[in-house]
Design a protein around this ligand. Structure first.
Ligand SMILES: Cc1ncc(COP(=O)(O)O)c(C=O)c1O
Length: 412
């Protein structure tokens, strides 16, 4: 039976958490701050949990330098919940900004940038929610593909001239890091060099970003160009069960009022309305108290022990560089192949590759890895192959040992 110290966990999510945080959380689960009750046994409206959630927000604001005109919310439903919530809230915001009578209503365009499986799922959900409720009536919105790299099997990002944004879209949506395929927008490049084309966003169009698998791993590029940034916690922040939303304040819309007064909007489930969540400081209904508690501990740990966002950026760059260099060496000798062909588009968080040769070879690689304590390296079930996820809690030493194993297995 391996101990925690003997295991190197490269899971894509839920992912490893810092051991010292889990030790503290285990104590808090039994007896939070010596009050004789565990954190999960306390009211979410009591003073203890209030301090936890307020501390988490303050630390997140400090870590990401979140401007005052953005609201931070902790909610449930995961990234998938936000595929729906972003559509419904932003359709309401667009309707509020265009209060024409129902007879003159024209469904707004929703522009989606498709770079992998998750942005494609978000697009599919927008199509589902926008569909006309009955024949001979307009749809609620028109989701469109503003750019797509599907024809490359998601092995690159769009080039600047491939983006076609509509000037009056209700919003533009993108996924900053595609966890399954291992594609990420480079944060140190501008749009000419393959970065996200922030300069092409039409004036006044809202930008939505799914940051689920790269949240707090490095700075968010052009933060203030975004209207909504969201992330499921279970990669870099905490246990699954809590979703973090960062929303520009003008998008906290009373959707029921807009629907009643103007119509032409789909109905929005109450716990998905950003204004309701914000008016109730993330406590409209019972929040996932334990995941929020652990996330709060992780944030403190990142600020105190990991050098904040700059420290995380530096170490995450180093980890991914080392692994990509090793795999490039293996690729030159036809022993392995990186999935993402465009090196600008390679994810710092999810490194995807194949072992060259027949399928037995890859199986052998994974078995050997497992025996040496390198866990959860198998690629996503939809694509196969190998995926090493290098989230914040994965130590540099673990990546170094994995690289040594790759060198040994591939006889480099
Ligand atoms: C980038 C991205 N977006 C969305 C999701 C969906 O998140 P959830 O499973 O929390 O609904 C995932 C899940 O891994 C993801 O990696």
């Amino acid at each position: 039976m391996p101990t925690r110290q003997q295991v190197h966990n490269f899971a894509a999510g839920p992912s490893p958490l810092p051991t010292n945080v889990l030790e503290e959380a285990a104590l808090g689960l039994l007896n939070y701050e010596d009050i004789g009750m565990g954190i999960c046994e306390l009211s979410h409206r009591g003073k203890e949990f209030k301090a936890v959630i307020e501390g988490a927000e303050a630390d997140l604001r400090e870590l990401l330098q979140i401007p005052d005109n953005y609201t931070v919310l902790f909610t449930q439903g995961g990234g998938t919940g936000q595929f729906s919530a972003t559509v419904l809230n932003l359709l309401a915001a667009h309707r509020q900004a265009h209060p024409v009578p129902a007879e003159e209503f024209k469904p707004p365009i929703l522009d989606y940038v498709l770079t992998g499986s998750w942005s494609s799922k978000a697009y599919a959900e927008a199509q589902r929610l926008c569909a006309a409720p009955f024949p001979n009536c307009p749809s609620f919105g028109e989701p469109r593909i503003a750019a797509s790299t599907k024809s490359s099997s998601w092995t690159r990002l769009p080039s600047k001239d491939e983006y076609k944004f509509s000037k009056d879209a209700a919003y533009i949506y993108y996924c900053e890091n595609e966890t399954i395929n291992g594609i990420q927008f480079p944060h140190d490049k501008d749009s000419e060099e393959g970065g996200f084309p922030f300069d092409l966003i039409p004036e006044g169009v809202n930008l939505v970003a799914d940051y689920s698998s790269s949240f707090i791993s490095r700075p968010i590029k052009k933060f203030e160009k975004h209207a909504i940034i969201y992330a499921g916690a279970q990669k870099n922040l905490g246990p699954s069960g809590v979703t973090v939303l960062i929303i520009r304040n003008d998008l906290l819309i009373d959707t029921t009022k807009i629907q009643n007064e103007l119509g032409c909007l789909p109905c929005l489930p109450i716990t998905y309305e950003y204004k309701i969540l914000s008016d109730n400081k993330s406590l409209y209904n019972t929040p996932p108290t334990f995941p929020i508690y652990v996330s709060a501990l992780v944030l403190k740990h990142l600020i105190k022990n990991k050098g904040g966002l700059k420290g995380l950026e530096d170490i995450n760059r180093e980890k991914s560089q080392l692994l990509y260099e090793t795999l490039e060496k293996a690729e030159k000798q036809q022993k392995a192949k990186l999935v993402v062909r465009d090196s600008n588009a390679r994810s710092w968080m999810n490194v995807t590759f194949n072992i060259e040769g027949d399928s037995e070879k890859e199986k052998k690689f994974l078995e050997g890895a497992e025996n040496k304590g390198f866990k959860q390296l198998k690629g996503h079930r939809s694509v196969g192959g190998i995926r090493a996820s290098l989230y914040n809690a994965v130590a540099f030493e673990s990546v170094k040992l994995l690289c040594e194993y790759i060198e040994e297995f591939c006889e480099l």
